[in-house]
Design a protein around this ligand. Structure first.
Ligand SMILES: NC(=O)c1ccc[n+]([C@@H]2O[C@H](COP(=O)([O-])OP(=O)(O)OC[C@H]3O[C@@H](n4cnc5c(N)ncnc54)[C@H](O)[C@@H]3O)[C@@H](O)[C@H]2O)c1
Length: 332
């Protein structure tokens, strides 16, 4: 099966490429390099021993996408490409709507024209309302609270409508929780440009002195140590979830949603303490105010993905910390 990964040079896409190639899939990658580097392609070749066909193009450009589909003859698409910074999305919402939603509509048009009927889409836990009580089930209330989350929610709705109108089309929506960690080779990992938005690259860069100190946003939440609780999942486990989904998609019909998380929450301080312990470090941090829009505690119900996809995470929080630090050191 030949699979197109949109945004496949990014953090989650690159790890998924490795897992798919190891499992015998043929993989091609499309990315505009907005938040990734062409060097990742060489690193994927180092890890897998395979040359991967790459299309540098923007999914907002329909005619470029059309040319790629004409050439590609894909059997399925995993759609990672998009903008993902919550804070930025509140400042430039139109860019987020145009890129994430407009790009997805272009993708669907091309899939329709070239008869590609299988899609796996990267959604997010941020589509859930904070009114839900953890563990969050797929059937929970949906109420994203920022433009980024709303792009994911709207795309889910668009896919639902599209599947209803096209019985041959099958879509799997994967709602990721909080991916961290890196590939064991240390060659690929989370490598955000500028100041990181996510916890782990902030920790690893502070540990190496690239950043002064970590700020923990809020220590007065109603949690055992006062800091927020999230479902951190190793990116390699997450990548393997895509393989499970791809193997199942043929047998599924219509529109299907799965959480990809561990089903277990760790607080921000617990992650920091694990990092300090296994990486023998003492990351400097300060306690700051709560950040607007952060929920106190969320973690996934992983039952549906386990029952229907056979997905179960394997890696520990210590492995997440060690692999992330290994990647950061390799990339210094
Ligand atoms: N990392 C997370 O915490 C997380 C959590 C939930 C959902 N997601 C979603 O998963 C997907 C992948 O996330 P990631 O962490 O790997 O992000 P990433 O930024 O590392 O990867 C996304 C890739 O898409 C590319 N891209 C962006 N706009 C594009 C465009 N217009 N045309 C072509 N390529 C474009 C970027 O260059 C990048 O390589 C995203 O859709 C994101 O919203 C991520």
């Amino acid at each position: 099966m030949k699979v197109l990964l949109t945004g496949g040079l990014g953090y989650i896409g690159s790890h998924t490429a490795v897992e798919l190639i190891s499992a015998g899939f043929e993989v091609e990658i499309m990315d505009n390099l907005y938040n990734s580097s062409i060097n990742v392609l060489d690193k994927l070749k180092n890890i897998t021993g395979k040359q991967i066909k790459f299309y540098k193009l923007d999914m907002c450009n329909l005619s470029d996408m059309d040319k790629m589909f004409k050439e590609g003859c894909f059997d399925a698409v995993i759609h990672f490409a998009g903008l993902k910074a919550v804070g930025e999305s509140t400042k430039i919402p139109l860019t987020y709507y145009e890129t994430n939603i407009g790009g997805t509509i272009n993708l669907l048009k091309c899939m329709e024209k070239y008869g590609v009927n299988k899609l796996i889409f990267s959604s997010s836990a941020c589509v859930y309302s904070t009114e839900n009580v953890p563990p969050y089930k797929e059937s929970g209330i949906l109420k994203p609270i920022n433009p980024y989350g709303r792009t994911k929610y709207f795309i889910e709705e668009i896919l639902k409508d599209y599947v209803n109108a096209n019985p041959k089309f099958k879509a799997i929506i994967l709602r990721y929780f909080n991916p961290i960690g890196a590939h064991e080779s240390g060659l690929i990992g989370e490598n955000p440009n500028g100041i990181p938005n996510n916890l782990m690259p902030y920790i690893t860069r502070t540990a190496l002195g690239k950043l002064d100190q970590l700020t923990i946003f809020g220590d007065d939440y109603n949690t055992p140590d006062g800091t927020c609780i999230r479902d951190f999942i190793h990116v390699v486990d997450l990548a393997k979830g895509h393989l499970k989904a791809l193997n199942k998609i043929e047998g599924l019909s219509g529109y299907n949603i799965y959480n990809l998380g561990t089903g277990h929450g760790y607080s921000v301080l617990e992650v920091l303490n694990s990092f300090n312990k296994v990486c023998e470090n003492k990351v400097k941090y300060k306690l700051g105010k709560r950040r607007e829009g952060d929920s106190e505690c969320n973690f996934a119900s992983s039952e549906k993905a386990e029952k229907e996809l056979g997905f179960k995470t394997e890696k520990t929080i210590e492995e997440m910390c060690l692999s992330a630090f290994n990647f950061e050191k390799n990339n210094s």
